[in-house]
Design a protein around this ligand. Structure first.
Ligand code: NAD
Ligand code: ZN
Length: 347
């Protein structure tokens, strides 16, 4: 079968021909219907070979941690799904039995990596291929009548901001303000989630006018260029005290510093982007009593919840469609920052 693989550390990914997987006991093979392109893949492909090894990953790696497919082959003992079912893949695979996994918070499993369990596309073979092996029916959620191409990116681009926002809901009632930084794949879903779930005024910052225009289209109340002038703009809109919650979907040094100046006392600061930015921790680093979080992906229940929100028509992924063969072009477009929403590959 065809697969888009990261073959040589430092090089662009390539289309390769590899063996089709088969389902062992308890496993499932999906015929892939769609795979999303995430900025985290660019992070993975920017790592030096040593760091790549430390993560427990090796090349060639089939990319794609946002996946959807049709159930194609059932391993012995799998009764939860039937051949032909349309499903979305829950990516952050855990051990399944620890105190985090039994709550469905497999993204926090402290044991998975040590047991050789890795998410598809982030260690295990990913969804950018014609077929995808799933280790357990636990990691599938039915898509029902939702179009897989339209909805595959719910599995990360929506799930990750949903998980972050859920932890701030008590602070985002009517009259509150939320700031989002970065209006790409995750950021454009965060704006919609904030509008669907909270009473907050949403202010979005980005460095691209096109992304700010998308932010407005999907529900941001105010948009500004992401620079130090935004501090005064956010303070003007919040009676001089800053936002109740700030969500940084870039996580670079300038954005984490900016985010730390936008959050009010007792506010929440979520650093979601993995752009390498670091904040000093200590008295005076932020307003008093600020809660700083570094959320990672989301739980199995939260994936069901975002799929439900899409079913209700409350959130909608903006995406550009590419063939699997054009995957390398999608990654180039991501790198140049000119995608609208998410790039989705269709094998
Ligand atoms: P993306 O490329 O689709 O979007 C990034 C956006 O940030 C773009 O709109 C870009 O114009 C904007 N941007 C870049 N520099 C900026 C700056 N200085 N100020 C403001 N905006 C700026 O990326 P994505 O796929 O949405 O991912 C966003 C980040 O989240 C990445 O770092 C990714 O690795 C990370 N991520 C984290 C998790 C997690 O679980 N924590 C999950 C998925 C992705
Ligand atoms: Zn991702």
């Amino acid at each position: 079968m065809k697969a888009l693989q990261y073959v040589t550390v430092g090089d662009a990914p390539k289309i390769m021909t590899i063996p089709k997987p088969h389902a062992g006991p308890g496993q499932i093979v999906l015929k892939v219907t769609a795979a999303g392109v995430c900025h985290s893949d660019e992070f993975v492909m920017s790592l030096p070979a040593e760091a790549f090894g430390v993560m427990g990953w090796s090349t060639p790696l089939t990319l794609g941690h946002e996946g959807a497919g049709i159930v194609h082959e059932l391993g012995d003992g799998v009764t939860e799904f039937a051949i032909g079912d349309s499903v979305a893949v829950y990516g952050p695979w855990g051990c399944g039995t620890c105190s985090y996994c039994v709550q469905g918070k497999e993204m926090l499993c402290p044991f998975a990596a040590g047991m050789g369990i890795q998410p598809p596309g982030l260690g295990s073979p990913g969804a950018m291929a014609e077929y995808l092996l799933i280790d357990s029916p636990r990691h599938l959620v039915a898509l029902g009548t939702l179009d897989p191409v339209q909805n595959v990116s719910l599995t990360d681009a929506a799930l990750t901001p949903y998980h972050a926002i859920k932890n701030s809901l008590s602070k985002l009632g009517a009259g509150s303000t939320a700031v989002t930084i970065g209006a790409g794949g995750l950021g454009h879903m965060a704006i919609q989630l904030l509008r669907a779930l909270t009473g907050a005024t949403v202010i979005t910052l980005d460095i691209s006018d096109a992304k700010l225009a998308l932010a407005k289209e999907v529900g941001a109340h105010h948009t500004f260029q992401s620079n130090d002038d935004a501090i005064a703009r956010v303070h003007e809109l919040t009676g001089g005290i800053g936002a109740n919650a700030v969500f940084d979907f870039v996580g670079a040094q300038p954005t984490v510093e900016l985010a730390s100046k936008l959050v009010r006392p007792e506010g929440d600061l979520h650093i979601v982007g993995i752009g390498g930015g670091m904040l000093p921790v200590g008295f005076g680093a932020t307003a008093y009593d600020v809660n700083i979080r570094t959320p990672y992906w989301g739980s199995r229940l939260e994936l069901m919840e975002v799929i439900e929100l899409a079913q209700q028509g409350k959130i909608k992924v903006e995406f550009e469609q590419f063939s699997l063969d054009d995957g390398p072009t999608a990654y180039e477009r991501l790198h140049h920052g000119d995608l609208r929403g998410r790039a989705v590959l269709v094998p």
